[in-house]
Design a protein around this ligand. Sequence first.
Ligand SMILES: [Zn+2]
Length: 99
Amino acid sequence: MPGHYISASCPCGYRGHASPGARLGGGVRVMAYGTNEKGEPDLVTVSASAAKRRKLEVINDPALGRDSTAPNYSGPWPGYRCPACHANTRGLSKQGFWG
Ligand SMILES: [Zn+2]
């Protein structure tokens, strides 16, 4: 299981997704605050090296973290800053695995 599908939602209506993890032979991909193809603030998936180069704020994958209360807990993990309204109300959920 090289990575997780993560979805994000906020009461303001924002919906986003990311797929952080390690791609075989291709390095590590991370979730970060970036901009989408429309230039709007959004949750993005980029390589760790690109995130560093672009000085993006990286979000640790909560599905890998100690916040999980059970082995198969898949969220939501609350309290993430929403890229759209900037409130700390966005919740992240794990939707599954990729790879
Ligand atoms: Zn919001």
